[in-house]
Design a protein around this ligand. Structure first.
Ligand SMILES: [Zn+2]
Length: 92
């Protein structure tokens, strides 16, 4: 989908419509050290791995996109619920 870089929308800080700039939210990096990873490491790799034997599911055809809306008047940014789109483009 295409989205304009600047458009007027509601700012929850100013409590009215202001010009907003769109920024894509970058995905946070994970360290890969969650309890499930440690549990998997403890199990060893002999025989049936139980729930770890599951075949991982395929990727969804579209990815969820998170966008940050920054108000030009107060400089504060707010988020809205992410949406799914195959391609995401910012247009002038
Ligand atoms: Zn504002």
């Amino acid at each position: 989908m295409k989205m304009p870089v600047k458009f007027k929308t509601y700012c929850p800080f100013c409590r009215n419509h202001q010009t907003h700039e769109v920024e894509k939210v970058k995905k946070a990096k994970t360290t890969g050290l969650h309890w499930i990873d440690r549990q998997k490491a403890r199990r060893g790799a002999v025989g049936n791995m139980g729930k770890f034997s599951k075949v991982p599911g395929g990727d969804k055809p579209t990815k969820k996109i998170n966008v940050r809306y920054r108000c030009k008047t107060c400089g504060k940014a707010h988020l809205r619920a992410g949406f799914r789109a195959g391609k995401f483009e910012l247009t002038e």
